[in-house]
Design a binder for this molecule. Structure first.
Ligand code: ATP
Length: 437
């Protein structure tokens, strides 16, 4: 593009001189006039393309980002059972992208028609230009052979001259693309600076029970050794369970098996409550933040079930944000429904992400909440406040973690000891339901 920009002025000057030599002023002036009209027409056709291209680039970026977000956070999203919601959201982005691409193709079609018509009519222009001096008698002294040579030479010169201008116009098309991309990246740079719930395998069971685990053994899909062998346990309402153990002993894997993300090696898991609000909910170890407004973060993954859930919820959402200690986000976003085009993972600290996950939990108010190291980035005071609120909202907590400070919020402790061993102990006089292996 740069070389064409540099060479074009010289080519234009050279052929303008030759055109002037054979046709007089009429030739270069007609061609310049033709070029000005062509440029004007192109400008009109090109204007909307720049903004559409910018929009298309933005939507394409958003779509790619969504894909990346799902790939990176697949497990966390799966813990929320957010497959359908994410599918719907991704599809929505794809549709928006396809829509804008269609509109771009339509607009580009008119630009290409304009550019090609300009090229095509240029061929006629060369003959009209030379016809004027010929019919006004300037070349009467030439023989038919010389006249024919003059016409051919002039046609060649004019076509070259028009071609020089055409190249400039083509460059403008390329520039319109570049302008669109640049605008998009500039905006991105500036910005940087500054469910559905599927009930699965829900079996009738005691109403106050979430899971019945019987003789369960499980392992990682890529390992041969069992992480836990013959685990039997019942997760019942009102009995808060703490799962502890060294790194890699299989705490999160237990949740994967309970949530059917991993198959059990042997044994039996029965889920007796439904998944979702008023049922069972998992807060994954890696907080999952979707794209969208603050409201969408809090009510996730309900947005597509209750798309109109709006003002009536405002008070509750604000209250839960306050209880979770992230009401400042309201100021940062400018409101619950303000569209933000930042990546939530970039703008929140790990502690804020965990607090926002708790705001979501308070909003959804499940009967059973599985908290996988959900307070690891918070102070013990903040942890105490969040656990207290969960209990006040009537949740039964199943927590995974390393901190001894967690013990006081739980009644029973399941310790995974490594080498497939485990033990259950009673904490703080809670009701112990199963025997240690
Ligand atoms: N997605 C995965 N695919 C295959 N193996 C995995 C996967 N995630 C974890 N593992 C393996 O399963 C074993 C148990 O991991 P798990 O995440 O359950 O440990 P954990 O007890 O929760 O540890 P931590 O306290 O560090 O969270 C580990 O050996 C780990 O390498």
């Amino acid at each position: 593009m740069a070389s064409r920009l540099i060479v074009s002025p010289f080519t234009l000057a050279y052929y303008t001189y030759h055109c002037f030599y054979s046709t007089g002023w009429i030739g270069p002036v007609s061609i310049f006039g033709y070029f000005v009209i062509g440029t004007f027409a192109n400008k009109i056709l090109m204007g909307p393309i720049v903004s559409t291209l910018f929009e298309q680039e933005k939507l394409e970026g958003d779509f790619r980002f969504k894909h990346m977000q799902i790939r990176v956070n697949a497990e966390s999203a799966a813990f929320y059972r957010a497959g359908k919601v994410e599918h719907m959201r991704t599809n929505r982005r794809l549709q928006a992208l396809l829509q804008i691409q269609k509109s771009l193709v339509k607009k580009e079609l008119w630009l290409y028609i304009g550019v090609n018509t300009f090229d095509y009519l240029g061929g006629f222009l060369s003959y009209i230009i030379i016809a004027i001096p010929i019919f006004t008698g300037v070349y009467d002294r030439l023989t038919p052979g010389e006249l024919s040579a003059l016409i051919s030479k002039n046609a060649f010169v004019c076509i070259y001259l028009i071609n020089g201008f055409t190249q400039l116009i083509d460059l403008s098309t390329t520039l319109s693309d570049v302008a669109g991309y640049t605008h998009r990246y500039h905006r991105a740079y500036l910005d940087n600076r500054n469910g559905y719930f599927n009930d699965f395998n829900v079996h009738a069971g005691p109403v106050d029970t979430a899971f019945i685990v019987d003789q369960l053994s499980y392992k990682s899909p890529y390992a041969d050794e069992l992480l836990v062998e013959d685990l039997s346990l019942t997760i019942s309402q009102g009995v808060h369970l703490l799962v502890v153990g060294n790194t890699g002993t299989g705490k999160t894997s237990l949740l994967r098996v309970l949530n059917r993300l991993w198959e059990a090696h042997s044994g039996f898991v029965q889920m007796t409550t439904c998944f979702g609000p008023r049922g069972t909910l998992f807060l994954p170890q890696k907080p999952y933040l979707t794209d969208g407004t603050l409201r969408e973060q809090v009510i996730y993954p309900l947005k597509d079930i209750y798309p109109l859930s709006g003002a009536v919820d405002d008070e509750r959402i604000v209250q839960f944000l306050e209880l979770a200690g992230v009401s400042s986000l309201l100021r940062r976003t400018g409101g619950l429904d303000e569209e933000v085009d930042w990546n939530w993972y970039d703008v929140l600290s790990p502690g804020e992400m965990q607090r926002l996950s708790f705001a979501r939990l308070f909003y959804l108010q499940p009967k059973y909440a599985f908290l996988d190291e959900a307070t690891s980035a918070l102070t013990e005071e903040a942890e105490a406040q969040l656990y207290r609120t969960c209990k006040q909202l009537g949740m039964t907590l199943i927590s995974l973690g390393h901190r001894s400070s967690l013990e006081k919020y739980h009644d029973v402790q399941l310790r995974l000891c490594g080498g497939a061993c485990w033990e259950i102990t009673k904490l703080r006089g809670g009701s112990l339901k199963d025997e240690a292996s």
